[in-house]
Design a protein around this ligand. Sequence first.
Ligand SMILES: C=C1C[C@]23C[C@@]1(O)CC[C@H]2[C@@]12CCC[C@@](C)(C(=O)O1)[C@H]2[C@@H]3C(=O)O
Ligand SMILES: O=C(O)CCC(=O)C(=O)O
Ligand SMILES: [Fe+2]
Length: 355
Amino acid sequence: MPSLAEEICIGNLGSLQTLPESFTWKLTAADSLLRPSSAVSFDAVEESIPVIDLSNPDVTTLIGDASKTWGAFQIANHGISQKLLDDIESLSKTLFDMPSERKLEAASSDKGVSGYGEPRISPFFEKKMWSEGFTIADDSYRNHFNTLWPHDHTKYCGIIQEYVDEMEKLASRLLYCTLGSLGVTVEDIEWAHKLEKSGSKVGRGAIRLNHYPVCPEPERAMGLAAHTDSTILTILHQSNTGGLQVFREESGWVTVEPAPGVLVVNMGDLFHILSNGKIPSVVHRAKVNHTRSRISIAYLWGGPAGDVQIAPISKLTGPAEPSLYRSITWKEYLQIKYEVFDKAMDAIRVVNPTN
Ligand SMILES: C=C1C[C@]23C[C@@]1(O)CC[C@H]2[C@@]12CCC[C@@](C)(C(=O)O1)[C@H]2[C@@H]3C(=O)O
Ligand SMILES: O=C(O)CCC(=O)C(=O)O
Ligand SMILES: [Fe+2]
């Protein structure tokens, strides 16, 4: 006979009146695999990551300071229209409002990453996360959309395409700014130079639509467990309900309150590699809410498409600062990450930073 836990489906979490045992997090070291000190508390401190106006003439310095300090920042005046943000948010709502059986018709296959389901990091945690999501990592989302919306899929595919195009441009712009703050120009990186010249058509990204339903015991639940993104950078749009928290050794967990039209930028593992450890990839997580459900849309930007090698930028290395990591493609990094999760960086490290 299946246990109660096995009968719980992520598509119905919002209708549960009590928190099942399999969703009860104790925040032991095992619940938060990353950086042991990030396991100590559920509480967040009253601090905030900076909001940077991209039209500010000092944008490079501001982005540099924020990414070195936090590995994350927020952006305003980024050029993404409110209509597009509203459109993708309402697409997500329409999807997650569907009955569980319908959503499961678009479930990601055993082999594929794209489609409806739990976060990819789930197997590394003992407890289940209070969320559902839909990942767009390749063109197979079009078939899934066709299944979900037999009449309206063209409209919804159009929104995704527009979102990808706009996000890719913004991601390249943020890459150039962050590189600038390290004294590096696009010409210093062969693939980035190509990316710029081609009008950013060689980049590659994924989208994750996240939904965190209302939760009967939010203090003991976890929407998305602590992780770093395996990206160069991630651009996140959150609905008007807070839940995102970023971790900084000196501060603890800090909540990133949503503000209309403001996007969050998280620096990922690949940027940490590119910067030869100068920019941290931010540890973050999503908490859930007792009365309000929450949607977030992450654009996870892996940088160059194809088998382009990401390596510490040579200008940032030298006799006193040897390359900390070997070169790697995004595809290869994702393979390693989903074998060893929190040990992925160690697996490609060639020099111990304390040496
Ligand atoms: C390209 C990818 C990054 C991602 C794993 C994936 O193959 C597709 C989903 C992405 C996502 C979104 C939610 C958080 C995250 C950690 C996860 O579980 O799936 C990220 C992954 C990542 O950055 O490693
Ligand atoms: O929902 C959030 O705020 C965080 C989402 C996230 O970290 C991700 O999709 O990678
Ligand atoms: Fe993330």
